[in-house]
Design a protein around this ligand. Structure first.
Ligand code: GLN
Length: 277
C-alpha cells in the first residue's frame, strides 16, 4: 500500500504559478501560501522541500482558484502594505497602490507647520492619511469618504495602528465641518468611464466609485480643484493624483481656479501623475 505523497512548498508554488495569469504569478502564489501557512516568503526559497499539511493545501488551493478568476491578492489576504503600514482592505475600497506612496512623499516634502491641518479627500482604506500620520505626530489629520464601509475600515486601520486620524463620512467637502487646512491631498477616481483599462486586472474587482469619474475622468478632480480654495488657508496646498495623460488638463484646472506655483510631479515610473498648487 502506498500512502499519498505529501506536497512540498515548491511543488505547490510551481503548480499555482502556472495557473495564475497575472504580472507576477510566482509572487502571488508565494503571498497566498505564506498567508495559509504562516511561513515567511523567504522560507520557501530556503526550504523548498518543506511539506505542507493537507488542510493547508486545501486552503491554499481555494485561494489559488479565486486568484485564477482574477480576484486581487490583496482582497484574498484582506490586507495590503502601504508606506510599510499593514492596512486592512475590503472590496468596498480601492487597493492602495505603490504609486500613491509618491503622493505621500510629495506631501512630506512641503514646507508645512509642525501642527499642520491636513485633509485627505476620498481616503478609502485611510492609506494616505495614515501614512502622513505615521510620519508627523503633530499634524491634525482629517480623512473623509462617501462610502460607509470605507469610513469604518479607515477608522479600524487608524485604531489598529494607533494613529490619530479623524475619519468623517462625506462626499468630498459636502458634509465637512467648516475648517481651513494647510494641505488637502486626494487620490480621487480619475478613470474615464469608457476606458479599456477597466476591463483588465485588479480594477475589475474594485469599486467603480473609487475608480471612475465621468466621460473624461476629470469630474471629481474638477469639483475638488474648484472647491478646495474655500477650505485652504492663504498659501495652503492642494496635491492630487491623476492619470499620466491628465497632467496638463489638471494643471489647467488649478491655474483657472487661481492656484499659484502649479506643477506636475512624477511617479516612480517618471510619469506626470500628480499635480501640486
Ligand atoms: N491608479 C489606479 C489604476 O489605474 C486608479 C486609481 C484611481 O482611480 N484613483 O488602476
Amino acid at each position: 500500500m502506498t500512502s499519498k505523497p505529501s506536497l512540498t512548498c515548491e511543488t505547490l508554488l510551481k503548480q499555482a504559478a502556472g495557473r495564475i495569469d497575472s504580472d507576477s504569478p510566482r509572487l502571488d502564489a508565494e503571498l497566498l501560501l505564506s498567508h495559509v501557512t504562516g511561513l515567511g516568503r523567504t522560507s520557501f526559497r530556503a526550504w523548498p522541500e518543506r511539506e505542507v499539511t493537507e488542510s493547508q493545501v486545501g486552503a491554499f488551493e481555494a485561494l489559488v482558484a479565486e486568484r485564477v478568476t482574477g480576484k486581487p491578492v490583496a482582497y484574498l489576504l484582506g490586507h495590503q502594505e502601504f508606506w510599510s503600514l499593514p492596512l486592512k482592505v475590503s472590496a468596498s475600497t480601492l487597493i492602495p497602490r505603490p504609486d500613491t506612496e509618491c503622493l505621500v512623499e510629495a506631501a512630506l516634502g512641503l514646507p508645512l507647520p509642525e501642527q499642520a491641518r491636513v485633509l485627505d479627500l476620498g481616503t478609502g482604506t485611510g492609506a494616505i492619511a495614515l501614512a502622513l500620520a505615521s510620519e508627523h505626530s503633530g499634524w491634525r489629520i482629517t480623512a473623509c469618504d462617501d462610502v460607509e464601509e470605507a469610513v469604518e475600515l479607515a477608522r479600524e486601520n487608524a485604531r489598529v495602528l494607533g494613529l490619530p486620524v479623524s475619519v468623517v463620512k462625506s462626499s468630498w467637502f459636502s458634509r465637512l465641518e467648516p475648517a481651513r487646512f494647510d494641505l488637502i491631498v486626494s487620490n480621487p477616481p480619475y478613470i474615464p468611464d469608457n476606458d479599456r483599462h477597466l476591463g483588465e486586472g485588479d480594477v475589475r474587482f474594485e469599486p467603480a466609485s473609487a475608480l471612475v469619474s465621468g466621460s473624461d475622468g476629470l469630474e471629481d478632480l474638477r469639483l475638488i480643484v474648484t472647491q478646495s480654495p474655500d477650505w485652504l488657508i492663504e498659501g495652503g496646498w492642494l496635491l492630487v493624483e491623476h492619470g499620466f495623460d491628465q497632467a496638463e488638463a489638471v494643471a489647467g484646472l488649478f491655474r483657472e481656479r487661481g492656484f499659484a506655483k502649479v506643477q506636475n510631479l512624477q511617479d516612480y515610473g517618471r510619469r506626470d501623475r500628480m499635480t501640486l498648487g
